[in-house]
Design a protein around this ligand. Structure first.
Ligand code: HEC
Length: 293
């Protein structure tokens, strides 16, 4: 007739299925996972209900036994002998007592093959039921919720990344005019940034277009007594005479650390001996020796 699954297996299983459903439909960050009196009492009530169900089932089972014949009753007692683990053991490894018993055989008749119709092991059947429960929950949650939806997961991960970058930038001290310095290692990344932000007006080699040639010794704007800091200041504050050269730093368009890289690139192309072949005509004052300003 039946092999009863004991309550200490049933109750944890049901509770974990409920937990799993919470996770699937609400996500892990939901309040349900915070130890909360409502959550705890919910699970306590469920546990009590399961206990009651279990005892009702036991009552029905015992009543049913009364209406069975002696032979049937003996069979049921034999099947339910020992505790759950012993029965489990019996199913996984062959029951030594049962060895003598006849195994049910199905005769296909036409091909002469005999098929043994053994009972499936209990653990196997239970696992099978579990996969059915799991797959239904999984299937419907995939259909109707965001659970394990790759697009949604990507979106969430992307947003988290953005947040992390924002936090990182907030906590990373940005270079200012006061502590900016030239470094050869910034030149390459500075070139890339220059091409993105400045090349439209100055050409990527700095030879000048709408904006002046940045590779010669002529300067319209003199904001600092140091060549590198002068470049940094112009990019930070923009030109006082001509708003076309806007205040990239002050407006927050480019961060201080990036301006330091761009300035390093401009300083590099301005001080190196190799100059672009085609240049815009000089504008402003010729300054060779910045130290003597
Ligand atoms: C929209 C066009 C434009 C863009 C973009 C631009 N500039 Fe300029 N830039 C100018 C103009 C025009 C001037 C001349 C300003 C003046 O007459 O005072 C100038 C001047 C300068 C000067 C000073 C030159 C001098 O002789 O005084 C530097 C240095 C400079 N730009 C660097 C940059 C850098 C670096 C970037 C990118 C972050 C950049 N510019 C982006 C148009 C631009």
């Amino acid at each position: 007739m039946r092999s009863k699954i004991p309550f200490f297996i049933i109750i944890p299983s049901v509770l974990s299925v409920i937990m799993f459903m919470f996770y699937v439909f609400l996500g892990f960050n939901h309040q349900i996972y915070i130890v909360h009196p409502v959550t705890i009492s919910f699970f306590v009530v469920i546990t009590i209900l399961l206990f009651i169900l279990d005892s009702i089932e036991n009552l029905i089972f015992r009543r049913k036994l009364k209406f069975l014949t002696e032979e049937e009753r003996r069979k049921i007692f034999e099947e339910n002998e020992g505790n759950y683990f012993y029965r489990l053991y019996k199913f996984i490894f062959h029951d030594p007592k049962k060895k003598s018993q006849e195994v049910k055989k199905i005769d296909h008749g036409f091909d002469g093959i005999l098929e043994l119709d053994n009972k499936l092991p209990m653990w196997w059947v239970h696992l099978f039921y579990l996969t059915i429960i799991f797959s239904t929950i999984y299937f419907f949650s995939c259909l109707f919720t965001d659970f394990s939806n790759p697009y949604k997961e990507y979106e969430v991960a992307y947003q988290n990344q953005l947040k992390e970058i924002e936090i990182f930038e907030k906590n990373t001290p940005q270079v200012t005019v006061e502590n900016a310095f030239f470094d050869q290692k910034f030149v390459d990344s500075g070139k890339t940034l220059f091409e993105e932000n400045c090349a439209t007006c100055h050409q990527s080699d700095g030879s000048g277009n709408i904006g002046p040639n940045l590779t010669d010794d002529y300067w319209i704007n003199i904001m600092d007594k140091n060549l590198f800091k002068n470049i940094f200041s112009i990019i930070w504050y923009g030109s006082k005479n001509n708003p076309t050269m806007r205040a990239f730093g002050q407006s927050g368009e480019i961060k201080g650390n990036d301006i330091q890289k761009i300035s390093s690139y401009v300083y590099f192309i301005n001080t190196q001996l190799k100059k672009p072949i085609k240049n815009k005509a000089p504008q402003g004052k010729k300054i060779i020796d910045w130290d003597k300003l």
